[in-house]
Design a protein around this ligand. Structure first.
Ligand SMILES: [Zn+2]
Length: 50
């Protein structure tokens, strides 16, 4: 999986009571919308995923 994808285009695929799930239209990854916001913030930091 290309970890260079910053998921610039996402669409909502599922919605929960207090959670929303979005899918990246580029890489197809699905994640929590709140998690996506965190990722957008951490975008400034160097990617260091183990
Ligand atoms: Zn993506």
């Amino acid at each position: 999986m290309p970890d260079a994808c910053k998921h610039p285009r996402v669409r909502v695929v599922s919605r929960d009571e207090d959670a929303e799930y979005v899918e990246c239209e580029l890489c197809g990854e699905v994640f929590d919308a709140s998690e996506f916001r965190d990722m957008a913030i951490e975008e400034k930091l160097p990617q260091d995923e183990a």
